[in-house]
Write a protein that binds this ligand. Sequence first.
Ligand SMILES: [Zn+2]
Length: 194
Amino acid sequence: MGKVSIALRGWRFDEDAVFDEDGEMRPLRDMDNETRTRIIRLSVAAGQPCDACWLKYGRANVQQCNVARVIYGEPLHELLLCADHEPDFLYWFREEGGRDLADRPTDFEDGFYEWFDDGNRAPEDYGGMEYVNTEPEEVPKPQQGDMPTLEEELARMDDEELDALDVDLSDLDFDEDDDDDLDIDDPGLGDLDV
Ligand SMILES: [Zn+2]
């Protein structure tokens, strides 16, 4: 079963949840609640201006705003972004703590707005087009055709699959060195200013 984006990139749907076997969109009443909510929000979001452009130009200059091409976040707390501003979002998501807010939709939305409104931006050459999944319960999947990293592969596996791989962590020897050594050079804890 494939995953598809509809109208805007970002949100992804199980093809079967949205379309019937003839490729026609199912009636909304036949969709599960989550899918229906997102489809309805998409119909509202499609054609809207980019949120980042909006923050930049404001209501007075709405004609300067690009139309959003990407949607992230949760229904009713969506972030809408144009292609120019998607790298800023991705940078915030990956490098500035956005990922940690993914399970708190209001903070997620507000967090990006605040970050962007403070004048923060992605570095000039930041690559933005790689797909990220911002849904907290799902592991980000690379765009089709990209080679997934081992880390992603492992994170995607459930325990059963790991068992099948016969990874025996008990073979690793943690006891050789005395535990007391571990904290001495810890940079994170040493600098705490309480
Ligand atoms: Zn924009």
